[in-house]
Design a protein around this ligand. Structure first.
Ligand SMILES: O=C(CO)[C@H](O)[C@H](O)COP(=O)(O)O
Length: 287
């Protein structure tokens, strides 16, 4: 959901404050609803919204958090966890057959079925590993991320983590699939050349026409949603993108959630949106 006309009339500095406030409210509410004192393993995502998640958790005090271990999704969240005085643990130390109790993370866009675009901060691969290692993945965002279909508000494209040597071939393939002007993400202003992820890889941002939900496939004019006439459903596109040689991971989180499949799923069980009016809107799928 982009800023409404009345919101965009607000001075920029005030708009930024409104967005920060909404991220904070959503984060505190999500932590209140989903962090249970008996939990011991918590995933912490990346981005600017998760900063407030960590703040909300740390505010509970050592009485609640001292038995908890916090699993990061990259260098930024590792620093956040340590700076908050919480106990850091890494996902490769999670015993086989075990899952995190809950994981919190932000998103760049969330559709009506809780499919997500993630990777705006270039951390998508580790984010997907942590999210799918959790029984409950909870998404936290501000009102700008709320959208009926992915690609409506987030126009930069679907972030795709790629092996650098494969980037030209991946770009060719994306164009053939109907992506409009896919691009290797630049590292500027901080770094000349391509941005390099925590995994030493590159990111390609691939814009597509807004993605239909799988349930839209039966609508007239939308065949299988497999790219014919440039129309893709989230699932068909994701299934296709992940198969391109050289693609390590994609920033579409789709399919099922952790409560629907034993080994964890990619979609959140709930998404919390801080709204411009100070309320928090919750969309959930606990089934
Ligand atoms: O996927 C991500 C990083 O790769 C972030 O969760 C996403 O970009 C949202 O970030 P923010 O909370 O700053 O809006």
């Amino acid at each position: 959901m982009a800023m409404s006309t009345s919101e965009s009339a607000i001075p920029l500095e005030q708009q930024a404050r409104l967005v920060e406030k909404s991220k904070r409210f959503a984060s505190y509410q999500a932590v209140k609803d989903h962090l249970v004192a008996s939990y011991t393993r918590i995933g912490i995502g990346s981005g600017s919204t998760v900063v407030y998640v960590v703040e909300a958790i740390a505010a509970l005090g050592p009485g609640v958090t001292s038995n908890m271990k916090f699993y990061p999704t990259g260098a930024q969240s590792e620093e956040l966890i340590e700076a908050a005085g919480l106990t850091l643990q890494f996902i490769n130390k999670l015993p086989a057959g075990q899952l995190l109790d809950v994981a919190f993370d932000g998103a760049d866009e969330v559709d009506d079925d809780l499919n997500l675009i993630k990777g705006g901060g270039a951390c998508l691969w580790q984010e997907k590993i942590v999210a799918t290692s959790a029984k409950r993945f909870v998404c936290v965002a501000d009102f700008r991320k709320l959208s009926p279909r992915l690609g409506t508000n987030w126009k930069k494209g679907i972030p795709i983590e790629v092996l650098p040597m494969a980037a030209p071939r991946v770009l060719d393939e994306l164009k053939q699939m109907g992506s409009h002007n896919p691009r290797i993400r630049p590292g500027l202003p901080g770094k000349a050349g391509a941005i390099v992820t925590d995994n030493g890889l590159w990111i390609i941002d691939a814009p597509f026409t807004p993605l239909h939900l799988p349930k839209d496939s039966s609508e007239s004019g939308i065949q299988a949603g497999n790219g014919d006439n440039g129309v893709w459903t989230v699932d068909a596109l994701a299934d296709r993108l992940i198969k391109i040689p050289g693609v390590a991971e994609i920033g579409l989180f789709y399919g099922k959630n952790g409560l629907q499949v034993e080994s964890g799923g990619q979609k959140p069980v709930a998404a919390y949106f801080g709204m411009a009016d100070g309320t928090v809107e919750v969309k959930s799928d606990m089934g």
